[in-house]
Design a protein around this ligand. Structure first.
Ligand code: SF4
Ligand code: SF4
Length: 285
């Protein structure tokens, strides 16, 4: 049973059907719909959406994620970036988040697909945030994405250092993720961003330590939200607890005091929650 602060009210799907129809027509997949994100009415209403490129089969298996694990056998949909840019232009989306599954089966981890999507989306007039996998820690892959010109480069550390091995796929790593973020900044990313889920058994002090590590990696924007178990399957880790809105607020204050340029901390916060607003806030600070 979820606590009351996680309850969300259903919206009017008719109001967003224009976007849904166009996305279906172009054969595009959004995390907003796929993950049944509770913020969809707000985000789509404001011209923001998160698209998943490079398919729906991930080479990894994280214990908090409901994406299917498998071997995509190197397959890449070559026309995807072009369709994405066309759809974004047609719908007049102003802020687009592009993310993907981990593609350890591709030599560059999917970096060139991200780069192509960014270039075409920028050409379509959108602001672009990329939320990338760790590319196996490849600095060249990070550089290729940064060179394509995203407005925000995001990569999530997901949880605190101690819990990383039991929560994320064994090929992910806390220090590797920090290194990806640091490298993006060094290669010239204008703004970098990361996200954490709470309720996995971490202590307040461990979250503060993770925030400190992110600041040391020169990360500008942070999101902190509640982990919600995607299914009851034993594969999916049970939440240790539901963190109260007051605790989220306190951590948000701690993060702001540390010097992050923009912070979102609350039970319903997701990586791309209020992404456009956070971007604008970061530019102001
Ligand atoms: Fe989509 Fe992210 Fe908004 Fe959820 S928070 S609706 S995933 S853009
Ligand atoms: Fe899910 Fe990403 Fe982990 Fe794949 S790498 S299982 S998409 S969180």
């Amino acid at each position: 049973m979820l606590p009351p602060w996680l309850a969300t009210t259903a919206g009017d799907y008719g109001s967003i059907s224009r976007i849904r129809q166009a996305l279906n027509r172009y054969g595009l997949y959004t995390v907003c719909e796929g993950a049944r994100c509770p913020n969809i009415f707000r985000c789509w209403g404001e011209g923001t959406a998160t698209f998943m490129i490079l398919g729906e089969v991930c080479t990894r298996s994280c214990r908090f994620c409901s994406v299917r694990t498998g071997d995509p056998r190197g397959l890449v949909d070559m026309g995807e970036a072009e369709r994405l840019a066309k759809a974004v232009k047609e719908l007049g989306l102003r802020y687009v988040v592009v993310t993907s599954v981990a593609r350890d089966d591709l030599p560059d981890g999917g970096a060139s697909a991200f780069a192509e999507a960014v270039r075409l989306l920028k050409g379509a007039g959108a602001l672009v945030e990329v939320l990338v996998p760790d590319f196996g820690g490849s600095a060249e892959a990070v550089a290729a994405v940064v060179r394509s010109g995203p407005d925000v480069f995001a990569h999530n550390i997901e949880t605190v250092r101690r819990l990383t091995p039991s929560v994320r796929d064994r090929r992910a790593g806390y220090d590797r993720s920090l290194a990806v973020l640091r490298a993006a900044k060094e290669f010239g990313a204008p703004l970098t961003k990361s996200g954490l889920m709470l309720g996995l058994g971490e202590t307040f002090e461990e979250v503060v330590e993770a925030l400190d590590d992110l600041r040391r990696a020169d990360v500008d924007i942070v999101t902190i939200g509640q982990y919600i178990r995607p299914t009851g399957s034993p594969r999916h880790i049970k939440p240790a607890r539901y963190v109260t809105p007051e605790e989220f607020e306190k951590l948000g204050d701690v993060a702001r005091a540390m010097g992050f340029k923009a912070v979102a901390s609350g039970p319903l916060v997701r990586s791309s929650y209020m992404a456009a607003e956070l971007y604008r806030e970061a530019l102001r600070n």
